[in-house]
Design a binder for this molecule. Structure first.
Ligand code: DON
Length: 309
């Protein structure tokens, strides 16, 4: 039988090769604090279903989770309104950039899925119902901290402020949806909450631990925060919509459900086996981490992890 390379060796090798690639992509330029992040950082962390954890590179350095937070936000919104969420947002890939407005007009202000910005703004608007933004964000942070079993996870106010000041396109999406009756709050309130949600900082180790809530049914891996069915459905959304117009490419190359953010983070799940987080701030043309995608591809290949077995 072929010997299996120990996980720590695999991660060290990925860090020493892909993690040091000089062709690193570009940081997101439209949020001031993200534009200035040092491109030369790379971290990767894995939480296995048997409880063992491994990491390499800058895996303890906090980064801006950005759209990866949408995984936790949709879990929270589903917990609040259940399948009622789907009357306001769809479950289909958009095939367009994360901040595209194009389909919204054709589809009467109902966004394609909860991971593109328009859909995530509706998701935020949903979990905001009946609370102040502060309370709603407190609930979201509680969810993430419980999932990671780590109270040292915070919102980066400077990132949130910077995003709010440059959020013209997201405001356009919010106002457009409001004109179709698909936003319940003043766009200022929903957008303020959304920008703070995107500004949750986590390290790869914290994110991989937080992602364990999707491993579902695995004993000893933190509290069960969502049902097995819900965890499966969130992963289905990650697989089909988690990388925007690059979702097909990620599925093809990695074969695992994943969610990216413009901070350069990616969370991926090997169902029943592992929660994986990678971070490298340089993005590819889809707005997904360039080296992060390459690292996920290499790790999935090394471990023979795929949902298409
Ligand atoms: O709404 C935005 O523009 C950001 N806060 C999040 C976008 C994002 O991370 C897209 N991911 N690739």
């Amino acid at each position: 039988m072929e010997a299996v390379t120990p996980m720590q060796e695999v991660l060290d090798h990925i860090n020493a090769t892909i993690g040091q690639n000089p062709d690193r992509g570009k940081t997101a330029s439209y949020i001031p604090d993200l534009a200035n992040v040092d491109l030369n950082q790379f971290g990767i962390a894995v939480c296995l279903a048997d409880g063992r954890e491994f990491h390499a590179g800058d895996a303890l350095t906090p980064f801006s989770s950005q759209s990866v937070s949408k995984v936790f936000a949709v879990a929270l919104a589903l917990g609040k309104v259940g399948d009622g969420l789907w009357s306001r947002v769809g479950r289909e890939p958009s095939g367009l950039a994360f901040d595209s407005i194009m389909l919204l007009e054709r589809e009467n202000g109902r966004p394609r899925n909860p991971f593109i910005n328009a859909g995530a703004i509706v998701t935020t608007d949903t979990y905001l119902a009946g609370s102040t933004p502060k309370e709603a964000l407190g609930g979201l942070l509680r969810f993430v901290r419980d999932a990671a079993e780590d109270s040292d996870i915070h919102i980066n106010d400077a990132v949130a402020r910077g995003e709010m000041e440059t959020a013209d396109r997201n405001f356009a999406l919010a106002y457009y949806m409001k004109s179709h009756g698909n936003l319940s709050h003043d766009p200022q309130l929903t957008m303020g909450t959304y920008c703070h949600q995107c500004a949750i900082d986590m390290s790869c180790v914290q994110l991989a631990r937080a992602g364990r809530f999707l491993l579902g049914g695995v004993k000893g891996l933190g509290p069960r925060l969502v049902s097995k069915t819900r965890a499966r459905r969130i992963q289905a959304l990650m697989m089909t919509c988690g990388h925007y117009d690059g979702s097909g490419d990620f599925a093809f190359r990695v074969g695992l459900p994943g969610k990216s953010g413009v901070g350069g983070g990616i969370l991926a799940i090997a169902p029943g086996k592992a929660s994986i987080a990678v971070w490298s701030p340089g993005l590819n043309s889809y707005g997904n981490s360039k080296l992060g995608t390459e690292a996920m591809e290499a790790l999935a290949k090394a471990q023979d992890w795929s949902v298409f077995n």
